[in-house]
Design a protein around this ligand. Structure first.
Ligand code: SF4
Ligand code: SF4
Length: 425
């Protein structure tokens, strides 16, 4: 590796030099000064101790790729092992947009390195099953019957879905002066529909109606992280089309209760910037995209008043909660400490959680595609969450919720469900 402080000189290969991706990659590579501050933040470097499984090492691999050097299955393996958690971006003093570089590097590697038929089939099935709520529901029905035979990482979501069946909760019907749209996504409506209903009730208490928009579906994150560009853009365009009439009618935000999906929505403008039919609308959707934590934080005064009113209706009780901040919330959306403040204001006692910046190992499809590394990260995360003997574990993303639920006997929920319970009295 080069000396710390030396700017990375890159001579891009002809195939990429004069493309938008090439120019973007060049800028990102130039920003990296090889200081290595990102290494301690990287979960895979912490586990494997190999520079090529660190952000700096992967950046170097992608530089070689962009300079036209041969790409091997070894390069692909090190890029595959990346969780896309973006903890390295939070740690980087030079503002290196590692996640964006990884998108470019992975797509190029995918074009150059052929995967085994088994690996291709696994990735194909993930793309064809997970982004479709009806298919997830059908799978869950089958999985319930086969649950005792399933491996842990598949049994956990089944357990979460069983809990959801008995926890369907009402959606407020009062029309409020303010209105937001909600994108339900794909897996969550099948596994935990109670989360979106809880968010709608919380927003109702501060005078905001929530409309779950028909015709939307998966945000596109799964296909995007599997470098399936055409599928990604199809899903993004479908969502833009479905959301747009409601945005034109005056909705003030597009709210998502899974932080991974909120992060993906915030990328819509960039993803469709070269599509003249969609660029402006996609940019508008991205500008309006909010995780529920961002909306709740903006309404904290109204929520405080609603909590005071609700306090008269319920017996005092202070559940101890360990909060897991998903990587997409703290590193991609840069929302840090917000949920903790909201839960504390609602009367929950937060227990200490060490290494809060570290990924739980869920990371979209990572728990399926990299099960050993994912399981090691899960054990570390569960130990950190359980260390303060909480009554509950709360998080902000359905993938983390299901994954952590598979590694602990402590109940795991979305934090907005806790807030809704407090407000419901
Ligand atoms: S990505 Fe950032 S923190 Fe990591 S080596 Fe490059 S400049 Fe340093
Ligand atoms: S995204 Fe996460 S796993 Fe990937 S290099 Fe950065 S810190 Fe490491």
């Amino acid at each position: 590796m080069r000396d710390c402080g030396e700017v990375m000189r890159t001579a891009l290969a002809d195939f990429i030099r004069d493309t938008p991706e090439g120019r973007e990659a060049q800028e990102i590579l130039r920003a990296c000064v090889h200081c290595g501050f990102c290494l301690p933040a990287c979960p895979t470097y912490q586990l494997l101790g190999d520079e090529l499984d660190s952000p700096r090492g992967r950046i170097y691999l992608m530089k070689q790729l962009l300079e036209g050097e041969p790409v091997s299955a070894c390069t692909q393996l090190h890029l595959d092992r990346c969780l896309t958690c973006r903890a390295c971006e939070s740690a980087c003093p030079s503002g290196v947009q590692y996640g964006r570089l990884l998108d470019i590097g992975r797509a190029l590697t995918e074009e150059r390195v052929t995967r085994t038929p088994a690996a291709l089939l696994k990735r194909y099935l993930l793309r064809k099953l997970v982004p479709h709520t009806d298919r997830v529901r059908a799978l869950l029905r089958v999985a319930r019957i086969a649950r005792p035979l399933l491996p842990r990482q598949l049994a956990a979501p089944v357990s979460a879905a069983r809990a959801a069946d008995s926890r369907r909760e009402p959606w407020p019907t009062a029309a409020r002066a303010r209105r937001v749209l909600l994108l339900p996504g794909c897996v969550q409506p099948a596994v935990r529909p109670a989360i979106d209903a809880a968010a709608a009730r919380v927003l109702d208490r501060v005078g905001i109606s929530t409309l779950a928009v028909d015709g939307t579906g998966c945000c596109g994150a799964l296909a995007h992280h599997l470098s399936a560009r055409r599928e990604t853009l199809h899903q993004v365009r479908r969502n833009v089309d479905a959301l747009w009439p409601h945005i034109e009618a005056g909705a003030e935000a597009v709210v998502v209760t899974a932080s991974a999906c909120a992060s993906m929505l915030s990328e819509y403008g960039r993803l469709l910037r070269d599509d003249p039919d969609y660029a402006a609308r996609a940019a508008r959707v991205a500008a309006l995209a909010r995780d529920i934590a961002q909306v709740a934080a903006a309404e904290s005064e109204g929520l405080a008043a609603a909590l005071r009113r609700a306090a008269h209706r319920q017996a005092p009780g202070m559940a101890r909660v360990a909060f897991h901040a998903p990587c997409t919330l703290q590193h991609a959306l840069q929302v840090s400490g917000t949920v903790e403040s909201l839960l504390t204001a609602a009367g929950f006692a937060l227990t200490p959680v060490a290494d809060r910046h570290q990924c739980c190992g869920s990371a979209g499809t990572y728990s399926i595609l990299q099960p050993q590394l994912s399981a090691r990260l899960l054990r570390l995360k569960v130990a950190a969450l359980e260390s303060g003997t909480p009554d509950l574990i709360a998080t902000a993303n359905i993938g983390c919720l299901m994954h952590i639920g598979g590694g602990t006997s402590v109940p795991v929920c979305h934090w907005v469900e806790l807030l809704a319970q407090r407000l419901d009295g």
